[in-house]
Design a binder for this molecule. Structure first.
Ligand code: ADP
Ligand code: MG
Length: 162
């Protein structure tokens, strides 16, 4: 396992990090995003999408489970497993999504942990302090698998290494 941590000072830095990450992803990169409401998950996803050349606006997939953005450098699937918390997998065949080979950004992966591939990049976003208007966010990245190890090594060469 390979890890890294850093703090973004504001929304634009989170976007910038997403763009760095979006330049490094490859087909089948699976990014698990953890963080409370307002942490910055959608903001980060926008950065990734921008770097992939996605022009459509990124919207929350909460009520759709998956949103597919197909016109970028690589296809991007933005998935939200929130509504699957009862373990009701009959409503979605995850493997068929993975098999299409897109970049996947997945929220609420805790609800489908037993269905995930063995390689993924987990990103946890936390508010740094309790002030409601604070714009500092703590990012904790954890890579599982060789490909994602290398991805983190590349990210460590960027300004987000601190
Ligand atoms: P989530 O998808 O996790 O619910 P969003 O990305 O939709 O969160 O919203 C994050 C909110 O927090 C936005 O209103 C954004 O302006 C604000 N914000 C403040 N600081 C940051 C930061 N460092 N990174 C990302 N968003 C931030
Ligand atoms: Mg969101």
């Amino acid at each position: 396992m390979n890890e890294m941590q850093f703090v973004t000072q504001d929304e634009s830095q989170t976007m910038a990090f997403g763009q760095q990450l979006g330049q490094l992803v490859t087909p089948k990169t699976l990014i698990l995003l953890d963080g409370d409401l307002g942490a910055g998950k959608t903001t980060l996803t926008k950065g990734i999408a921008t770097a992939l050349g996605v022009k459509r606006p990124i919207k929350s997939p909460t009520f759709t489970i998956v949103r597919e953005y197909l016109k970028g450098r690589l296809p991007l699937f933005h998935m939200d497993m929130y509504r699957l918390e009862d373990g009701d997998m009959s409503s979605i065949d995850l493997q068929s999504y993975f098999d299409q080979g897109p970049v996947i950004v997945m929220e609420w992966s805790v609800n489908v942990l037993d269905q995930l591939p063995e390689d993924y990049l987990r990103i946890k976003i936390e508010r740094l302090d309790n002030e409601i208007d604070s714009t500092k966010r703590h990012f904790i990245l954890e890579a599982i698998g060789e490909k994602n190890n290398e991805l983190i090594e590349e990210l460590k060469k960027t300004s987000f290494s601190g």
